[in-house]
Write a protein of this length. Structure first.
Length: 181
């Protein structure tokens, strides 16, 4: 018979996360699944509400995109109570998550930055804009920080951007960094 899956988009404002979400939606539809969707706008509260709604509709599986299980207590509790498996897309594994698909490799995401730093003469100032509630962003930032800490000629500045509104927030953060540096 037909299966139904609930997929929670982290934020349409996050290009990489939204692309992973859209790819998942398309793949599930191609398999013949009915797909219910919700857009969380970067809000764990909205993601929890969506997961609770999917559980009340007795979907066959739920996939939150990017959110770690630690931010989804209400949604995870509803899914567990309804015996609905939860698969994470880039949110990592933890109790209650039966599988995690993580296409975001921190090393690949920072390779270009590390090459640019290595090629730059003298002291280098690097701005890392991130959204730490998002697992992939947190992992990339931690990896970048660890790699750049090896070079005493590099000064790393890490700043949070807002989601939703990451483009505008990023512009504000970048402008402040450029003005200061």
């Amino acid at each position: 018979g037909s299966k139904t899956i609930g997929i929670v988009d982290f934020s349409a404002d996050s290009l990489a996360a939204h692309a992973a979400y859209q790819g998942t939606v398309n793949a599930m539809k191609a398999l013949g699944w009915k797909v219910l969707t919700a857009e969380a706008g970067g809000s764990p509260d909205t993601a929890n509400t969506a997961m609770q709604q999917f559980a009340s509709e007795h979907v066959n599986a739920i996939i939150p995109v990017v959110f770690p299980a630690s931010a989804l207590a209400g949604g995870m509790a509803a899914a567990t109570a309804a015996q609905i498996p939860v698969f994470s897309l880039a949110g990592g594994l933890s109790p209650g998550i039966v599988g995690n698909i993580d296409a975001t490799v921190p090393q690949a995401a920072t390779e270009l930055t590390l090459k640019a730093v290595a090629a730059a003469p003298g002291n280098v100032r690097v701005l890392d804009m991130t959204y730490s509630p998002g697992t992939p962003c947190l992992n990339r930032s931690a990896y970048l920080k660890a790699q750049l800490a090896k070079d005493p000629n590099v000064q790393l500045t890490q700043r949070e951007v807002a989601v939703p509104g990451s483009l505008q927030s990023g512009e504000t953060v970048a402008s402040a960094f450029l003005t200061t540096n």
